[in-house]
Ligand binder design. Structure first.
Ligand code: ADP
Ligand code: ZN
Length: 293
């Protein structure tokens, strides 16, 4: 089997690994995301002598994933210090001359879940992460969604919860979904890290309210056959039943499908690949790049 390289480029840490076209991961390492030169030196060191035939990169964003665009392969307008307008694909290609697949971390994870995880065998799926930020990617008909650039589904506006006066944390929009419901919003609203809020805390009903509103929009706009929810905040597994019930309340039976009624428990689900969704997705991006050569 061919050896493929994977890079899960996160704002907090980079995970590099190697694996095969069947989605198996045979090795991985992780290091903190510091300055580009320093972080890329770690990447080069990891892949040295590994003889990968292609590399897939699932990156934090915003990025430019459109081949042919002058800034293709760049991390673009990120507020993360030192990484704005950084040519990530170019930096990898400088040292490792193989086909490179490049997409958002969440499009990568959607591809991983679609190919090997919870959405295996379906035509479409959406993957949303609720962590330091909120982002979502989607596969429809076997293709990752792109257009002008990539979707930014974490920044949609959602209807306010009647008991919530929190201003929101998004530096661009204030109270968009990410501003109201990502990990940092939970921490600031309640003055305690999300991981320390007990399952009976009122935080979770409000959290589920916002996430269910977002899922309603995704269902109405994309009609995905499965929604996979990952990221640190979704480790609070009691959120799943709350979100499913609220999603059903919001849709009011308008979209008629068993996935939204009797089978809702298998429609909104945690990642089938667990914490490997991102890295496996990057392997999938590498396999796609190889196939397109
Ligand atoms: P990242 O988004 O940086 O890749 P994570 O998906 O782990 O990383 O998300 C980190 C965010 O999730 C932090 O804001 C953290 O407070 C929050 N978080 C992590 N674990 C939990 C948990 N068990 N419950 C609630 N929030 C959590
Ligand atoms: Zn926003």
């Amino acid at each position: 089997m061919r050896v493929l390289g994977a890079i899960e480029a996160g704002g907090t840490k980079f995970v590099c690994g190697i694996g095969h076209e069947d989605g198996s991961i045979i090795d991985r390492v992780s290091f903190p995301t510091t300055r580009p030169e320093e972080t890329m030196a770690e990447v080069y060191r990891y892949f040295e002598g590994k003889n990968v035939e292609a590399i897939g990169i699932g990156s934090f964003g915003p990025i430019d994933p459109i081949p042919g665009s002058p800034t293709y392969g760049y991390v673009t307008t990120t507020p993360k210090p030192y990484w704005g307008q950084f040519n990530l694909v170019g930096a990898v290609r400088d040292k490792i001359d193989v086909p490179i697949g490049f997409d958002t971390d969440v499009n990568g994870a959607a591809l991983g879940e679609y190919t090997w995880g919870a959405a295996r065998g379906l035509d479409s799926c959406l993957y949303i992460t609720v962590g330091t930020g909120i982002g979502a990617g989607a596969v429809v008909g076997g293709r990752l969604i792109h257009g002008l650039s990539h979707p930014e589904m974490g920044h949609i506006y959602v209807r306010r919860h009647p008991d919530d006066a929190f201003a929101g944390t998004c530096p661009y929009h204030g109270d968009c979904l990410e501003g109201l419901a990502a990990g940092p919003a939970l921490g600031q609203r309640w003055q305690v890290p999300g991981a320390e809020l007990g399952p009976d805390h009122p935080a979770w009903e409000i959290e589920a309210h916002y996430l269910a509103h977002a899922l309603m929009s995704y269902v109405l706009i994309l009609s995905p056959q499965k929604i996979v929810m990952g990221g640190g905040v979704m480790k609070q597994s009691h959120l799943f039943p709350l979100i499913r019930a609220k999603l059903q309340d919001l849709l009011k039976g308008y979209v008629q499908h068993a996935s939204l009624t009797a089978d809702i428990d298998s429609f909104v689900v945690p990642p089938g690949l667990g914490d490997n969704a991102g890295l496996a997705g990057a392997i999938g991006l590498a396999a796609m790049a190889l196939a397109q050569e």
